[in-house]
Structures are given as C-alpha cells and as structure tokens.
Design a protein around this ligand. Structure first.
Ligand SMILES: [Zn+2]
Length: 484
C-alpha cells in the first residue's frame, strides 16, 4: 500500500492563458509573435519607456468578462488595474499592470467529472494582466525578446478543492475546453499560451487545517502537470510519514528526470507593494455592457452535453466525449442537421468509433481532415437503409477520410454495396462450404463455433458486402440441406 493512503491531498491550480486579441494589453503592437523575429513587435509602451502611457485593451477585458461569466463568477460594478512591483530582467517597466483586490470575476465554479462523479471546483478569481518578455540563456550571457511583453494574460485561480492529480488533470481539460469554446485562447500548453502552476499540500486524513503548501512550476504539458503532482504527492507523504516536516516552498518540475527540485523557500509573503495603477482610469463594468458580452457567448460544453443527451438520445458518457472539443461538437451538430435527430445515436457511434480512431492516429482535428458532415450523414443513411453493410462501411469511411469522396461514389467504385441478390450470396455460401470441408465436418459433428469461422470466411470472400446475420443463416441452411 502506498504511504500516501494515510494522507489527504489538497490541490489548487493557477492557470495563465494568453488571450486571442489582435493587439497587446496596453499598446497597439500585434500579438502574433510566435514565428516572428525577436523584438519586432515592440513600441515605447511595451518596452517600458519612461513617459509612455498604457491604454487598456477593450477586447481583452471582454474576453475576461466572458470567461468569468462562463465560470459562474460574480462581476463587480467597479474594478481597476493595479501595479505589482518587482524586479526581474524580463519585466520591462519594473512593474506589471495586473489586478489585485478587484478582479473582473470572483467566487465562481467549474464542474468536473471523475469516475462518473460530478464534482464542483470553486473559482477564487479571474483577472487580467500582461505577459512578460522572454529571456534566453545562451551560456555566459542572456538575450531578451520583448515580443511577448504586454500580451494579454488572463489568470484563473481555483480554490484548493481538488483531492487528486486525476481531478487536477480533469479540471485543466475542462477549463481549456471552455476557453476554446469561448474562442478566447488557443489553450496550447506546449507553445506556452496556457500555463499552469500547481499548489499541493498533504494533511492527515480527517484533519481540517491545511498542510504546508508547495508550489510546483515549469510544467509544459497536461501530462507534465499530472506527473509532477503524482511525484509531489508521494514525496510529501514520504517526508511526513518519516516524521519530517514540510516547508512552504516553490519547486520546479524537471520533465526528463521526472522529479521536482527546490527553487526557493517562502519564509515570508512576498511584498509586491500593490497600488492602483495611476496611468489607467478605474473600470466600470456597467450592466448593459455585461449583458451585451453575455449575449455574444456561444453554447457552452455543459449545455451542449445536456442537449445532445436529451434531443438526440446520446448516452451521457458519449455526449461528454462529443463536447470535449468544440470542432468535434460542431461537426456532430452539422451531421445531425443533415441526417436528422433520429440518427443521433448512430452518427455519434461512428464519430466516437472509427472517425476518432482515424483522426487520432494522424493527430489531426476533425475540421482539418477531408471528412464532411454531409458525407458522414450519407454514410449513416446508407447503413441504416441496409444499402451498405457494417464491415464494408468501415472500408468506405476510410476512403472518405483519405479522399474526401462521397460514400455512394466510393461504394460504387469499389463495388461494396450490400449483396442484394440471393443468387450471388448463395453462390458465395456454396464456395465457402466447398473450400472448408474440415470446418463443415466439425459443424456437423456438433462444434457450433465452426459456423462463426465459416461466416468470417464468407465475409472475407464478399469483402464485407454480405449481411452477417443472413450469411450465417444461409450457411446453416445450406449445410443442413446438403446433409439431408
Ligand atoms: Zn507595444
């Protein structure tokens, strides 16, 4: 038994997401810097030149309001920006314009699902700030790229409500899906546009006081967050069960080694000397503005999941998978528009089965492959009308995925339509019986499962064009007839 069983794990997450605005947070420099030459998206404001003045980005504020609303937060009537003072080479002004005690959103929640159970995770706050420049350490000297400085950064802080690395991973998956639905962030962790710091502590099972909190940084994938938390859980349990004590500290995750290492201890709370930003006016979120932002919000995953289950008869677990990515859920909706709601379950089964297998194998999104919703709807229609058999349909789907052709065209080209003529099927049945005397003899001797083998041979001979149930029935009839 793992030593961690005598302790309860407490996890809270801080997520920074770059917002998908056209321009930076406090200046008009373009944000799309990922593939650009260093220091090409800069101006006096984001370089931190004395005398330059910031102007708050309205679109970034609206993205944050939208996220706060989607997370069921309270939005205050009045908010403001604050100066957070600290010194670091990548912080151009010597301070960051952030939000301190009046964030845009507070006291919200996000529901997650782990092992079939729904759990509500509290959201402490959602606030808006700016990204910093990027340092590159060259060995002996360092370079700085200011393109990233001033990109709008939204921070979402959760309550310490998660009790396992699995819950933390699920929270990140749900939060990222939400940001992607809203279209406010790419949510790309590998590119650094979605970053997570995790706070984790342990306490004896039944205790109400929190243990010493360790902050873990430097994870750059969901898997990294999960592994880092697993590692910390085990490490802290070992220290505690050996009678040791834990300090409040910051640790960095080393992905290749699979360990966390001490970065700094936190003896005292850091003093950022926050004060209201004097160069920006206070921000009032008047109710008309909030209402107009709310009106722009798309249907969110929870509502969509419920609609897929109630209107199209899709099982809840399947509906959860369909809504986990917005392009996938959009694709499903478009398929239903073409196929009709009665085909909901059949379409869902194809999307979650063979279609997912094909796109996952190539690592592409459904919107970036040649499949069209109309094509999938026609495929399901051909199957439901018994024009195309299940096994042959798999071949047709694969060709649709490779070529983008319509299913009926592929079916004709490859002659994959369900065998309609009983003569054609009977000829194939007789050939299979003639080719497999041993299996036929086995069946006659009472070995029932031989018929499954013979049916398989028939499906192979007809390249999946026979209806398996009819094929099986005809085989039995024909063997018995020959016997009689
Ligand atoms: Zn600028």
């Amino acid at each position: 038994m793992s030593v961690s069983c005598s302790y309860e794990t407490v996890i809270g997450l801080e997520v920074h997401a770059q917002l998908l605005t056209r321009t930076k947070m406090y200046c008009s420099c373009a944000t799309g810097y990922q593939d650009e030459a260093p220091n090409t998206h800069v101006c006096p404001v984001c370089l931190g030149m004395p005398g330059s003045l910031p102007v708050a980005n309205r679109e970034a504020i609206q993205c944050t309001m939208m996220t706060a609303l989607a997370l069921h937060c309270e939005l205050p009537d009045h908010t403001r920006f604050d100066r957070k003072n600290y010194f670091y080479p990548d912080l151009m002004k010597g301070y960051q314009i952030s939000q301190y005690d009046a964030p845009i959103g507070r006291a919200g929640w996000l529901d997650i699902e782990v092992d079939g159970q729904t759990k509500r995770i509290g959201i402490t706050r959602v606030h808006l700030e700016e990204d910093v420049a990027k340092s590159m350490h060259m060995g002996g000297y360092s370079l700085i790229d200011v393109n990233r400085a001033g990109v709008p950064l939204m921070e979402t802080v959760s309550e310490p409500d998660m009790r396992s690395p699995e819950e933390a991973r699920e929270y990140l998956v749900r939060l990222r899906a939400l940001l992607r639905y809203l279209g406010v962030s790419t949510g790309n962790m590998e590119e650094g546009s979605f970053r997570c710091d995790a706070n984790i502590s342990l306490r004896p099972v039944g205790a109400t006081e929190f243990g010493a909190k360790v902050e873990v940084k430097n994870m750059n994938s969901f898997r990294g967050v999960y592994r880092a938390l697993k590692y910390e859980q085990e490490r802290q349990a070992e220290v505690l069960s050996a009678g040791g004590t834990l300090r409040q500290e910051t640790r960095g995750w080393l992905d290749a080694e699979g360990v966390t290492v001490l970065q700094r201890t936190k003896e005292f709370a850091e003093d950022y000397r926050y004060f209201p930003e004097p160069d920006l006016p206070p921000l009032s979120l008047d109710r008309d503005w909030v209402a107009s932002v709310e009106a722009r919000m798309p249907e969110l995953p929870d509502e969509r999941r419920a609609r897929f289950a109630s209107q199209y008869g899709v099982p809840t677990q399947d509906a959860s998978t369909l809504v986990s990515s917005r392009p996938f859920a959009d694709f499903f909706d478009e398929c239903i528009a073409a196929a009709g709601p009665a085909r909901g379950r059949a379409v869902s089964n194809w999307l979650l089965g063979d279609v997912s297998r094909l796109i996952n194998a190539d690592g592409v999104e459904i919107c970036d492959c040649p499949l069209t919703p109309g094509g999938v709807a026609s495929l399901v229609d051909l199957i439901e009308r018994d024009v195309l058999g299940g096994p042959a349909a798999k071949t047709v789907l694969e060709q649709m995925y490779r070529t983008g052709k319509a299913p009926d065209v592929i079916m004709q080209e490859l002659n994959l339509g369900q065998i309609r003529s009983s003569d054609e099927l009977l000829t194939a049945v007789r050939q299979v019986i003639g080719d497999n005397p041993k299996a036929v003899a086995d069946y006659r001797a009472g070995k029932e499962q031989s018929i499954t083998f013979l049916t398989g041979q028939l499906m192979r001979l007809t390249r999946g064009r026979a209806d398996p149930a009819t094929a099986r029935r005809l085989l039995v009839e024909e063997i018995q007839r020959a016997e009689g």
